[in-house]
Design a protein around this ligand. Structure first.
Ligand SMILES: [Zn+2]
Length: 313
């Protein structure tokens, strides 16, 4: 058995996974993550670390009692090396050796990998990237995670994960991103941005995906709302077309909260990419799919052995 852990901007998931990649048990927990905008930033960060460690150690030790655990992997939304969260801007965490903390209390080796790369590995092995030589995976939620499959492998750079599509600049001197730069793709095109924008403009105080989606459907003829959505689609299309121009993927697979809005967003997005002057090599069609493993892709991908082939291995 393996354990996969997925740490997101607002929740943690941990699962026990069998040799076929099937989750046989899973537990999820919402985390309080307001470490970004708080005057007591350090205290909040320490609280978040303690909350993560306590939950994970307890759960791992429970799994360990009844199963032989070969491997624990963690999917992290940010820059990592094998043991340390170097920088996760949407969690407000930096230089945090979480693997060591968990190994100390569980005696099982833990390895870390960027979350989008984990999800892409899982989709490549079991999901909707399977069978494609070249594909793009985009996890659009609190931020935007990305991964490229090239010649059947998920690419990673040597010292840091790389392929940080979310922080390519699509607008000079644009809006502030959590990473410290301005005008990043993520700052315009995350689902969080879409929801916050709509909630602020229409005075909504519920940011639940289902609630916002219903609001959009109910008010689909509202001119202001139409304008926000079209702006969102335009920005998303700019970012994605940049990636198509660089990598020419055969398929693009979407994960994250975006999936909840796919029936509203995916056709306009496709149209925007194909019919406006964004693509260098013109195409008649582009295959856009939703992640087959849904929110489980992170957990399953994290559990895949450290030796799972990646670039140049
Ligand atoms: Zn950024």
């Amino acid at each position: 058995m393996k354990i996969g852990i997925d740490i997101g901007g607002s929740h943690i998931g941990i699962g026990l996974i069998d040799e076929k990649g099937i989750i046989v048990d899973k537990e999820e927990k919402y985390i309080v993550n307001d470490s970004q905008n708080n005057s007591q930033k350090e205290i909040k960060k320490d609280n978040l670390k303690k909350e993560l460690e306590d939950f994970l150690i307890k759960k791992i030790n429970q799994y360990k009692e009844k199963n032989k655990i070969e491997n624990i992997g963690m999917a992290i939304p940010g820059t990592v090396n094998k043991t340390t969260i170097i920088r996760a801007v949407n969690l407000g965490l930096e230089n945090y050796n979480i693997a060591e903390k968990i190994e100390e209390k569980t005696n099982i080796k833990v390895h870390l990998r960027n979350d989008a790369k984990c999800s892409a590995l899982a989709e490549l092995k079991y999901g909707n990237l399977k069978g494609y030589e070249n594909g793009l995976f985009l996890c659009i939620g609190t931020g935007i995670g990305g991964a490229i499959v090239y010649n059947g492998k998920v690419l990673e750079s040597k010292n840091v994960p790389g392929y940080e599509f979310s922080h390519m600049i699509i607008q000079k001197n644009g809006i502030q991103c959590n990473c410290g730069k301005r005008g990043c793709f993520e700052a315009y095109s995350s689902i969080k941005r879409l929801k916050e924008h709509i909630a602020n403009e229409f005075g909504l105080n519920n940011l639940d995906n289902q609630f916002i989606k219903e609001f959009i459907i109910k008010n689909q003829n509202d001119i202001r709302l139409k304008y926000f959505i079209s702006q969102y689609i335009e920005n998303l299309a700019i970012g994605i077309s940049n990636l198509i121009n660089i990598f020419e993927p055969e398929v693009i697979v979407f994960g994250g909260g975006f999936v909840d809005y796919s029936d509203i967003l995916i056709e306009p997005l496709k149209k925007q990419i194909l019919t406006t002057n964004l693509l260098f090599n013109k195409r008649n069609d582009i295959i856009l799919k939703l992640a087959k493993l849904g929110n489980d892709a992170g957990i399953i991908g994290a559990s895949l052995n450290d030796k799972t082939p990646i670039f140049n291995e």
